[in-house]
Design a protein around this ligand. Structure first.
Ligand SMILES: Cc1cc2nc3c(=O)[nH]c(=O)nc-3n(C[C@H](O)[C@H](O)[C@H](O)COP(=O)(O)OP(=O)(O)OC[C@H]3O[C@@H](n4cnc5c(N)ncnc54)[C@H](O)[C@@H]3O)c2cc1C
Length: 402
Protein backbone atom coordinates (compact mmCIF):
# COMPACT_ATOMS: atom_id res chain seq x y z
CA UNK A 1 0.00 0.00 0.00
CA UNK A 2 1.26 3.52 -0.83
CA UNK A 3 2.22 5.73 2.07
CA UNK A 4 -0.70 8.14 2.72
CA UNK A 5 0.09 11.81 2.21
CA UNK A 6 -1.14 14.91 4.05
CA UNK A 7 -0.95 18.53 2.91
CA UNK A 8 -0.81 20.81 5.94
CA UNK A 9 -1.70 24.46 5.25
CA UNK A 10 -0.07 26.72 7.87
CA UNK A 11 3.27 26.12 9.55
CA UNK A 12 2.68 27.69 12.94
CA UNK A 13 2.20 25.59 16.07
CA UNK A 14 -1.00 23.82 14.97
CA UNK A 15 0.49 22.80 11.62
CA UNK A 16 3.73 21.66 13.26
CA UNK A 17 1.91 19.56 15.87
CA UNK A 18 -0.19 17.73 13.30
CA UNK A 19 2.69 17.27 10.82
CA UNK A 20 4.96 15.75 13.47
CA UNK A 21 2.21 13.50 14.83
CA UNK A 22 1.24 12.26 11.36
CA UNK A 23 4.83 11.20 10.78
CA UNK A 24 4.72 9.07 13.95
CA UNK A 25 1.93 6.99 12.34
CA UNK A 26 3.68 6.59 9.00
CA UNK A 27 2.20 9.41 6.93
CA UNK A 28 4.17 11.46 4.44
CA UNK A 29 3.63 15.15 5.22
CA UNK A 30 4.33 18.53 3.65
CA UNK A 31 3.64 21.78 5.50
CA UNK A 32 2.97 24.87 3.35
CA UNK A 33 3.53 28.15 5.21
CA UNK A 34 2.69 31.53 3.69
CA UNK A 35 5.35 33.48 5.62
CA UNK A 36 8.92 33.35 4.38
CA UNK A 37 11.61 32.61 6.93
CA UNK A 38 11.29 31.83 10.57
CA UNK A 39 8.22 32.63 12.66
CA UNK A 40 10.16 32.61 15.95
CA UNK A 41 10.69 35.98 17.57
CA UNK A 42 7.12 37.06 16.83
CA UNK A 43 5.45 35.32 19.76
CA UNK A 44 5.36 36.07 23.44
CA UNK A 45 4.46 34.31 26.67
CA UNK A 46 2.58 31.07 26.89
CA UNK A 47 1.19 29.14 29.85
CA UNK A 48 2.03 25.45 29.64
CA UNK A 49 -0.43 22.72 30.48
CA UNK A 50 0.48 19.10 31.14
CA UNK A 51 -1.65 18.13 28.12
CA UNK A 52 0.67 20.12 25.87
CA UNK A 53 3.75 18.39 27.29
CA UNK A 54 2.08 15.01 26.75
CA UNK A 55 1.53 15.69 23.04
CA UNK A 56 5.11 16.92 22.66
CA UNK A 57 6.44 13.74 24.28
CA UNK A 58 4.35 11.67 21.89
CA UNK A 59 6.27 13.37 19.06
CA UNK A 60 9.53 12.45 20.80
CA UNK A 61 10.40 15.92 22.12
CA UNK A 62 11.82 16.15 25.61
CA UNK A 63 9.16 18.25 27.31
CA UNK A 64 9.61 19.13 30.96
CA UNK A 65 9.80 22.11 33.31
CA UNK A 66 13.05 23.24 31.67
CA UNK A 67 10.87 24.61 28.82
CA UNK A 68 9.72 27.40 31.09
CA UNK A 69 9.83 29.39 34.29
CA UNK A 70 8.05 28.13 37.42
CA UNK A 71 5.14 30.28 38.58
CA UNK A 72 4.27 29.92 42.29
CA UNK A 73 0.93 31.65 42.58
CA UNK A 74 -1.54 34.11 41.09
CA UNK A 75 -2.13 37.37 42.86
CA UNK A 76 -4.47 40.31 42.39
CA UNK A 77 -3.63 43.91 43.29
CA UNK A 78 -5.90 46.76 44.11
CA UNK A 79 -5.32 50.13 42.47
CA UNK A 80 -2.72 51.14 45.05
CA UNK A 81 -0.68 47.96 44.64
CA UNK A 82 -1.82 46.05 47.73
CA UNK A 83 -2.33 42.32 47.23
CA UNK A 84 -6.05 41.65 47.75
CA UNK A 85 -6.14 38.01 46.73
CA UNK A 86 -3.64 35.18 46.25
CA UNK A 87 -4.37 31.74 44.87
CA UNK A 88 -1.57 29.17 45.10
CA UNK A 89 -1.81 27.79 41.57
CA UNK A 90 1.59 26.59 40.41
CA UNK A 91 2.41 26.41 36.74
CA UNK A 92 5.00 26.79 34.02
CA UNK A 93 5.27 29.94 31.95
CA UNK A 94 7.04 29.24 28.69
CA UNK A 95 7.38 31.20 25.47
CA UNK A 96 5.79 30.75 22.06
CA UNK A 97 9.28 30.69 20.45
CA UNK A 98 10.44 27.81 22.63
CA UNK A 99 7.58 25.52 21.64
CA UNK A 100 7.79 26.58 17.99
CA UNK A 101 11.53 25.91 17.86
CA UNK A 102 11.18 22.45 19.45
CA UNK A 103 8.43 21.42 17.01
CA UNK A 104 10.18 22.87 13.96
CA UNK A 105 13.46 21.12 14.80
CA UNK A 106 11.60 17.81 15.17
CA UNK A 107 10.31 18.00 11.57
CA UNK A 108 12.72 17.12 8.73
CA UNK A 109 13.53 20.20 6.64
CA UNK A 110 12.16 18.69 3.43
CA UNK A 111 8.69 18.45 5.04
CA UNK A 112 8.35 22.24 5.50
CA UNK A 113 7.96 24.76 2.66
CA UNK A 114 7.97 28.49 3.52
CA UNK A 115 6.70 31.36 1.36
CA UNK A 116 3.91 29.23 -0.17
CA UNK A 117 0.34 30.50 0.09
CA UNK A 118 -2.74 28.39 -0.51
CA UNK A 119 -5.20 29.92 -2.96
CA UNK A 120 -7.77 27.13 -3.39
CA UNK A 121 -8.15 23.37 -3.51
CA UNK A 122 -9.99 20.67 -5.47
CA UNK A 123 -11.09 17.31 -4.11
CA UNK A 124 -12.79 14.10 -5.26
CA UNK A 125 -13.28 10.63 -3.73
CA UNK A 126 -9.66 9.66 -4.27
CA UNK A 127 -7.54 12.75 -3.54
CA UNK A 128 -7.29 16.44 -2.75
CA UNK A 129 -5.15 18.97 -4.64
CA UNK A 130 -3.92 22.26 -3.18
CA UNK A 131 -3.34 25.13 -5.61
CA UNK A 132 -0.97 27.88 -4.47
CA UNK A 133 -0.78 31.55 -5.44
CA UNK A 134 2.46 30.91 -7.40
CA UNK A 135 0.54 28.44 -9.59
CA UNK A 136 2.18 25.32 -8.12
CA UNK A 137 0.06 22.34 -7.00
CA UNK A 138 0.36 19.44 -4.58
CA UNK A 139 -1.90 16.42 -4.16
CA UNK A 140 -2.54 14.10 -1.25
CA UNK A 141 -5.09 12.05 0.68
CA UNK A 142 -5.90 14.70 3.26
CA UNK A 143 -5.68 18.51 3.40
CA UNK A 144 -5.45 20.05 6.87
CA UNK A 145 -6.36 23.71 7.34
CA UNK A 146 -4.07 24.84 10.16
CA UNK A 147 -4.00 28.36 8.74
CA UNK A 148 -5.23 30.34 11.71
CA UNK A 149 -8.14 32.61 12.58
CA UNK A 150 -8.30 34.17 9.08
CA UNK A 151 -8.04 30.73 7.45
CA UNK A 152 -8.20 30.54 3.66
CA UNK A 153 -9.33 26.90 3.89
CA UNK A 154 -12.29 27.85 6.10
CA UNK A 155 -13.19 30.85 3.96
CA UNK A 156 -13.33 28.63 0.86
CA UNK A 157 -15.61 26.14 2.63
CA UNK A 158 -17.76 28.43 4.79
CA UNK A 159 -17.42 32.05 3.64
CA UNK A 160 -20.24 33.03 6.01
CA UNK A 161 -18.27 32.06 9.13
CA UNK A 162 -16.35 35.08 10.38
CA UNK A 163 -14.38 35.81 13.55
CA UNK A 164 -16.47 37.93 15.94
CA UNK A 165 -14.90 41.01 17.52
CA UNK A 166 -14.98 40.60 21.31
CA UNK A 167 -15.23 44.32 22.08
CA UNK A 168 -11.72 44.92 23.34
CA UNK A 169 -8.07 45.03 22.45
CA UNK A 170 -4.93 43.76 24.10
CA UNK A 171 -2.01 46.02 24.57
CA UNK A 172 1.01 43.97 25.44
CA UNK A 173 4.73 44.44 25.72
CA UNK A 174 7.91 42.62 26.70
CA UNK A 175 10.32 43.82 29.35
CA UNK A 176 13.81 42.31 29.61
CA UNK A 177 15.22 41.42 33.02
CA UNK A 178 17.64 44.39 32.99
CA UNK A 179 14.74 46.81 32.60
CA UNK A 180 12.68 45.42 35.48
CA UNK A 181 13.45 47.26 38.76
CA UNK A 182 15.15 44.86 41.20
CA UNK A 183 12.34 45.47 43.71
CA UNK A 184 9.88 43.86 41.28
CA UNK A 185 11.94 40.78 40.30
CA UNK A 186 10.48 38.40 42.90
CA UNK A 187 7.01 39.50 41.91
CA UNK A 188 7.08 39.50 38.13
CA UNK A 189 9.33 36.49 37.58
CA UNK A 190 7.47 34.11 39.92
CA UNK A 191 3.82 35.10 39.84
CA UNK A 192 0.99 35.92 37.52
CA UNK A 193 -0.04 39.32 38.85
CA UNK A 194 -3.44 40.80 37.99
CA UNK A 195 -5.21 44.08 38.39
CA UNK A 196 -8.91 44.22 37.61
CA UNK A 197 -9.62 47.87 36.87
CA UNK A 198 -13.19 48.96 36.05
CA UNK A 199 -14.23 47.14 32.87
CA UNK A 200 -10.55 46.40 32.19
CA UNK A 201 -7.92 43.91 33.17
CA UNK A 202 -4.14 44.05 33.25
CA UNK A 203 -1.67 41.39 34.23
CA UNK A 204 1.98 40.50 34.13
CA UNK A 205 3.51 37.09 33.44
CA UNK A 206 7.06 35.77 33.23
CA UNK A 207 8.30 34.48 29.87
CA UNK A 208 10.89 31.76 29.44
CA UNK A 209 14.23 32.91 28.01
CA UNK A 210 14.40 32.61 24.22
CA UNK A 211 17.14 30.01 24.56
CA UNK A 212 18.04 28.12 27.75
CA UNK A 213 20.37 30.28 29.85
CA UNK A 214 19.64 33.60 28.11
CA UNK A 215 17.98 36.45 30.05
CA UNK A 216 14.55 36.21 31.65
CA UNK A 217 11.71 38.33 30.29
CA UNK A 218 8.24 39.26 31.40
CA UNK A 219 5.23 40.73 29.67
CA UNK A 220 2.33 42.95 30.55
CA UNK A 221 -1.05 42.52 28.95
CA UNK A 222 -3.72 45.21 29.28
CA UNK A 223 -7.21 44.37 28.08
CA UNK A 224 -9.19 47.51 27.21
CA UNK A 225 -12.66 47.98 25.72
CA UNK A 226 -12.54 49.65 22.31
CA UNK A 227 -15.36 50.18 19.80
CA UNK A 228 -14.87 48.53 16.42
CA UNK A 229 -16.22 51.19 14.09
CA UNK A 230 -14.37 54.33 15.15
CA UNK A 231 -11.72 53.86 17.84
CA UNK A 232 -10.11 50.63 16.59
CA UNK A 233 -9.35 52.07 13.11
CA UNK A 234 -8.03 55.20 14.83
CA UNK A 235 -5.66 53.09 16.94
CA UNK A 236 -4.53 51.35 13.74
CA UNK A 237 -3.71 54.62 11.95
CA UNK A 238 -0.01 55.45 11.67
CA UNK A 239 1.73 58.83 12.02
CA UNK A 240 1.36 59.52 8.27
CA UNK A 241 -2.44 59.18 8.59
CA UNK A 242 -2.65 55.79 6.87
CA UNK A 243 -5.16 53.40 8.45
CA UNK A 244 -4.02 49.75 8.43
CA UNK A 245 -7.49 48.33 9.10
CA UNK A 246 -8.01 46.44 12.35
CA UNK A 247 -4.34 45.66 13.10
CA UNK A 248 -1.11 47.58 12.76
CA UNK A 249 2.57 46.52 12.65
CA UNK A 250 3.98 47.42 16.10
CA UNK A 251 6.71 49.84 14.84
CA UNK A 252 3.99 51.91 13.13
CA UNK A 253 1.92 52.48 16.28
CA UNK A 254 1.82 56.27 16.77
CA UNK A 255 4.13 57.61 19.52
CA UNK A 256 1.26 59.71 20.94
CA UNK A 257 -0.77 56.51 21.54
CA UNK A 258 2.13 54.92 23.37
CA UNK A 259 2.60 58.07 25.46
CA UNK A 260 -1.12 58.00 26.33
CA UNK A 261 -0.98 54.34 27.21
CA UNK A 262 1.86 54.97 29.64
CA UNK A 263 0.16 58.00 31.19
CA UNK A 264 -3.15 56.20 31.58
CA UNK A 265 -1.49 53.14 33.10
CA UNK A 266 -0.16 55.36 35.90
CA UNK A 267 -3.65 56.68 36.55
CA UNK A 268 -5.58 53.41 36.22
CA UNK A 269 -3.39 50.42 37.08
CA UNK A 270 -1.59 49.06 40.12
CA UNK A 271 1.85 50.73 40.17
CA UNK A 272 3.71 47.42 39.72
CA UNK A 273 1.98 46.77 36.40
CA UNK A 274 2.11 50.43 35.33
CA UNK A 275 5.91 50.23 35.74
CA UNK A 276 6.04 47.41 33.18
CA UNK A 277 3.80 49.36 30.78
CA UNK A 278 6.24 52.27 31.10
CA UNK A 279 9.30 50.12 30.47
CA UNK A 280 8.19 47.93 27.57
CA UNK A 281 10.10 49.16 24.53
CA UNK A 282 7.58 48.38 21.82
CA UNK A 283 3.97 47.84 22.87
CA UNK A 284 1.89 45.66 20.56
CA UNK A 285 -1.80 46.19 19.83
CA UNK A 286 -4.11 43.28 19.06
CA UNK A 287 -7.88 43.26 18.60
CA UNK A 288 -9.53 40.22 20.21
CA UNK A 289 -11.88 37.96 18.28
CA UNK A 290 -13.60 34.71 18.91
CA UNK A 291 -14.61 32.22 16.31
CA UNK A 292 -16.82 29.16 16.23
CA UNK A 293 -17.03 26.90 13.17
CA UNK A 294 -20.21 24.87 12.72
CA UNK A 295 -18.21 22.15 10.92
CA UNK A 296 -14.60 20.97 10.95
CA UNK A 297 -14.52 18.35 8.18
CA UNK A 298 -15.49 18.43 4.50
CA UNK A 299 -14.66 15.29 2.51
CA UNK A 300 -10.86 15.11 2.55
CA UNK A 301 -10.42 18.53 4.12
CA UNK A 302 -10.27 19.24 7.85
CA UNK A 303 -9.95 22.36 9.97
CA UNK A 304 -7.98 22.50 13.19
CA UNK A 305 -6.56 24.94 15.75
CA UNK A 306 -7.41 28.62 15.33
CA UNK A 307 -8.83 27.97 11.84
CA UNK A 308 -11.74 26.17 13.52
CA UNK A 309 -12.23 27.77 16.97
CA UNK A 310 -10.69 30.74 18.72
CA UNK A 311 -11.50 31.42 22.35
CA UNK A 312 -10.74 34.65 24.18
CA UNK A 313 -7.27 34.53 25.62
CA UNK A 314 -8.37 34.15 29.29
CA UNK A 315 -8.72 30.43 28.78
CA UNK A 316 -5.10 30.39 27.59
CA UNK A 317 -5.94 27.49 25.34
CA UNK A 318 -4.85 28.50 21.81
CA UNK A 319 -1.75 26.36 21.67
CA UNK A 320 -2.98 23.49 23.83
CA UNK A 321 -6.22 23.27 21.86
CA UNK A 322 -4.25 23.12 18.59
CA UNK A 323 -2.11 20.30 20.05
CA UNK A 324 -5.19 18.41 21.24
CA UNK A 325 -6.93 18.86 17.85
CA UNK A 326 -3.85 17.39 16.17
CA UNK A 327 -3.81 14.49 18.60
CA UNK A 328 -7.56 13.91 18.13
CA UNK A 329 -7.09 13.68 14.38
CA UNK A 330 -4.21 11.23 14.67
CA UNK A 331 -6.11 9.05 17.18
CA UNK A 332 -9.12 8.96 14.85
CA UNK A 333 -6.93 7.95 11.88
CA UNK A 334 -5.28 5.20 13.93
CA UNK A 335 -8.63 3.93 15.22
CA UNK A 336 -9.96 3.67 11.64
CA UNK A 337 -6.84 2.09 10.10
CA UNK A 338 -5.90 5.30 8.28
CA UNK A 339 -9.23 5.47 6.41
CA UNK A 340 -9.93 9.18 6.02
CA UNK A 341 -13.65 8.85 5.30
CA UNK A 342 -14.27 6.86 8.48
CA UNK A 343 -11.88 8.76 10.75
CA UNK A 344 -13.00 12.34 10.07
CA UNK A 345 -16.55 12.09 11.51
CA UNK A 346 -15.07 10.84 14.78
CA UNK A 347 -12.57 13.71 14.83
CA UNK A 348 -15.32 16.20 14.08
CA UNK A 349 -17.62 14.94 16.80
CA UNK A 350 -15.00 15.06 19.52
CA UNK A 351 -13.16 18.25 18.64
CA UNK A 352 -16.15 20.40 17.71
CA UNK A 353 -17.71 19.83 21.10
CA UNK A 354 -14.45 20.71 22.82
CA UNK A 355 -13.93 23.83 20.69
CA UNK A 356 -17.43 25.12 21.45
CA UNK A 357 -16.95 24.60 25.18
CA UNK A 358 -13.67 26.49 25.17
CA UNK A 359 -15.17 29.43 23.25
CA UNK A 360 -18.11 29.56 25.64
CA UNK A 361 -15.80 29.46 28.62
CA UNK A 362 -13.77 32.36 27.22
CA UNK A 363 -16.96 34.39 26.87
CA UNK A 364 -17.97 33.72 30.46
CA UNK A 365 -14.60 34.76 31.81
CA UNK A 366 -14.80 37.83 29.55
CA UNK A 367 -18.19 38.70 31.05
CA UNK A 368 -16.58 38.75 34.47
CA UNK A 369 -14.05 41.29 33.25
CA UNK A 370 -16.83 43.44 31.78
CA UNK A 371 -18.75 43.46 35.05
CA UNK A 372 -18.32 46.66 37.04
CA UNK A 373 -18.86 45.17 40.51
CA UNK A 374 -17.29 41.83 41.18
CA UNK A 375 -17.67 39.64 44.27
CA UNK A 376 -14.41 38.43 45.88
CA UNK A 377 -15.45 34.78 45.36
CA UNK A 378 -15.57 35.56 41.64
CA UNK A 379 -12.09 37.04 41.79
CA UNK A 380 -10.68 33.89 43.40
CA UNK A 381 -12.37 31.72 40.81
CA UNK A 382 -11.10 33.94 38.02
CA UNK A 383 -7.52 33.62 39.27
CA UNK A 384 -7.86 29.87 39.68
CA UNK A 385 -9.45 29.27 36.31
CA UNK A 386 -7.25 31.63 34.33
CA UNK A 387 -5.62 29.67 31.55
CA UNK A 388 -6.99 26.39 32.91
CA UNK A 389 -7.01 23.55 30.42
CA UNK A 390 -7.87 19.90 30.53
CA UNK A 391 -11.34 18.98 31.67
CA UNK A 392 -13.62 21.86 30.79
CA UNK A 393 -15.91 22.49 33.72
CA UNK A 394 -17.89 25.37 32.25
CA UNK A 395 -20.84 25.02 34.63
CA UNK A 396 -18.83 25.47 37.80
CA UNK A 397 -16.96 28.45 36.43
CA UNK A 398 -20.03 30.11 35.02
CA UNK A 399 -21.93 29.74 38.27
CA UNK A 400 -19.05 30.96 40.39
CA UNK A 401 -18.30 34.10 38.48
CA UNK A 402 -21.84 35.04 37.48
C1 LIG B 1 3.80 34.50 14.76
C2 LIG B 1 2.79 34.07 15.79
C3 LIG B 1 3.01 34.37 17.14
C4 LIG B 1 2.11 33.96 18.12
N1 LIG B 1 2.38 34.23 19.43
C5 LIG B 1 1.58 33.78 20.41
C6 LIG B 1 1.90 33.99 21.77
O1 LIG B 1 2.90 34.60 22.08
N2 LIG B 1 1.09 33.51 22.72
C7 LIG B 1 -0.04 32.79 22.40
O2 LIG B 1 -0.76 32.31 23.30
N3 LIG B 1 -0.39 32.57 21.12
C8 LIG B 1 0.39 33.05 20.11
N4 LIG B 1 0.06 32.83 18.80
C9 LIG B 1 -1.19 32.14 18.52
C10 LIG B 1 -1.03 30.65 18.69
O3 LIG B 1 0.06 30.20 17.92
C11 LIG B 1 -2.30 29.98 18.26
O4 LIG B 1 -3.39 30.37 19.06
C12 LIG B 1 -2.22 28.45 18.36
O5 LIG B 1 -0.94 27.97 18.18
C13 LIG B 1 -3.04 27.79 17.30
O6 LIG B 1 -2.64 28.37 16.13
P1 LIG B 1 -2.68 27.74 14.71
O7 LIG B 1 -1.40 27.05 14.41
O8 LIG B 1 -3.95 27.00 14.55
O9 LIG B 1 -2.79 29.11 13.89
P2 LIG B 1 -1.74 30.30 13.81
O10 LIG B 1 -0.74 30.25 14.90
O11 LIG B 1 -2.50 31.55 13.61
O12 LIG B 1 -0.96 29.95 12.46
C14 LIG B 1 -1.55 29.97 11.20
C15 LIG B 1 -0.42 29.91 10.18
O13 LIG B 1 -0.98 29.73 8.89
C16 LIG B 1 -0.29 30.56 7.98
N5 LIG B 1 -1.22 30.83 6.87
C17 LIG B 1 -2.35 31.59 6.89
N6 LIG B 1 -2.96 31.56 5.69
C18 LIG B 1 -2.20 30.77 4.89
C19 LIG B 1 -2.32 30.35 3.53
N7 LIG B 1 -3.33 30.74 2.75
N8 LIG B 1 -1.36 29.52 3.01
C20 LIG B 1 -0.32 29.11 3.80
N9 LIG B 1 -0.16 29.49 5.09
C21 LIG B 1 -1.09 30.29 5.63
C22 LIG B 1 0.04 31.81 8.80
O14 LIG B 1 1.13 32.52 8.23
C23 LIG B 1 0.41 31.19 10.14
O15 LIG B 1 1.77 30.87 10.27
C24 LIG B 1 0.92 33.25 17.77
C25 LIG B 1 0.69 32.97 16.40
C26 LIG B 1 1.61 33.35 15.41
C27 LIG B 1 1.36 33.02 13.95
Amino acid sequence: MNQPRALVIGGSLGGLFVANLLRTIGWEVTVFERASGDLAGRGAGLGIHEELFAVMRRIGIRADDSLGVAVHSRIAFDRTGNVVCEVPVRGIASAWDRIYRALKNALPEQCYRSGVQLERFLQDERSVTAIFTDGSRASGDLLIGADGVHSTVRRLLMPQVEPRYAGYVHWRGLVGEADVPATLHALVFHHLAFHFAEGELAFSAPIAPETPGSGRRCQFVWVRPVDYEVTLPQLCTDASGRCHGISIPPPLIRPDLIRDLREQSKARLAPQIATLVGRARQPILQAIFDLESPRMTFGRVVLMGDAAFVARPYVGMGVTKAALDAQGLIDALVAWGGTVAAALPRYEEERRQFGSLVVERGRRLGAYIDAQRRPLGGLQTMLREWGAAGVIDGETIGAAIA
